[in-house]
Ligand binder design. Sequence first.
Ligand SMILES: Cc1cc2nc3c(=O)[nH]c(=O)nc-3n(C[C@H](O)[C@H](O)[C@H](O)COP(=O)(O)OP(=O)(O)OC[C@H]3O[C@@H](n4cnc5c(N)ncnc54)[C@H](O)[C@@H]3O)c2cc1C
Length: 353
Amino acid sequence: MKDTYDFLIVGQGIAGTVLSYTLLRKGKSVLVISSPHHSAATRVAAGLFNPVTGKQLKKTWLAQELFPFLHRFYPEMEKTLGIRFFYPTVIYRPYRSVQEQNDWMARSSELKEWLRTDTDDAHYRRFTPAPYGGLETLHAGYIDTNLLLDRYAAYLHQRKALREEVFDYDRVEILPDKKGVRYGAYRARYLIFCEGAHGRFNPFFKDLPFNCVKGEILDIELPEALPFIVNQGVSVIPFRGEARAKVAATYQWKPLDEVPTQQARQELIEKTRDLLSIPFQVKGQKAGIRPATRPRRPFVGLHPQYPALGIFNGMGSKGISLTPFFAQQFYEYIENRKPLHEEVDIAKYFKKQ
Ligand SMILES: Cc1cc2nc3c(=O)[nH]c(=O)nc-3n(C[C@H](O)[C@H](O)[C@H](O)COP(=O)(O)OP(=O)(O)OC[C@H]3O[C@@H](n4cnc5c(N)ncnc54)[C@H](O)[C@@H]3O)c2cc1C
């Protein structure tokens, strides 16, 4: 292992994975420090990417930029790692009523790049009751997050670019004259924190307005593989063409812990019963904490007082869609001084002080 790097990255959830990969592809030297004893929301997540969300069918913020980018990024990463973890899959959304059918049909022309209303409902009705028909969301899908994190960890290990240990903030030493940072035996130009919800305890970025949210998810077994994602209130997401799926997710602000609850299990089971016309059996349940933020935008940037320190966090419930595009932006910002999107740039939080 070397002792001098361009970047030290703390955390190997989806944020640290995508950012460190982006930097390595740009020829930068990187050491990732990530703790196997800290939880990672990415390991709980359903891995969904969906450009049109919510009851009101809203186009995701920056969908035009994020989705074409991620559809190039993940397949390229699959080639490098020699695995399949990226599953572009249509999302079927049954209408709840004739009223909703009319409303959404009317709205779908604004979103025609993302939605299809001339669906073959008979195909979907084998799996989900859809008395009023439904629509399809395009450019959507899911990734197998655990496979990605495991294989990427192995990729980093091969390059001696991963240390599995708890990061100790007290050992950070900022070097004078913008010469970077020292951490124990290591020296780097930049130290970037990607700690997910644990980031709310980071002493260097403690004033950023995190608003973390607990979420729970079920693993279910089905009689056969589900060939699409189905969404209405919750999402049932197929898994690698196998006769199993994930049901995501609940939202809970208190208590902010990672303990699965009977209440969430019941809520998810009831919603799944409404959504599937085939039987299912619950095989597992997990809880995690989303690194959400009050402004509902990621936190990206360098610390105004200590510019050797940076943050790439606050991905909320959309880490899969947000990280590829913003990792590229962060790289361009650091290396080529191109401005960050103003809504993610952390500079504004420090100006207010
Ligand atoms: C139930 C549920 C379902 C979800 N479903 C989806 C979904 O379908 N699609 C989607 O896009 N998003 C989903 N999300 C949100 C998604 O999980 C997050 O957006 C994303 O995982 C955040 O990634 P991250 O890398 O920032 O954080 P994390 O995945 O939490 O990773 C943080 C990493 O930092 C490490 N770390 C932290 N502190 C330290 C330390 N001091 N020392 C060393 N290492 C440290 C941890 O070990 C961990 O590896 C879901 C979340 C939940 C809870």
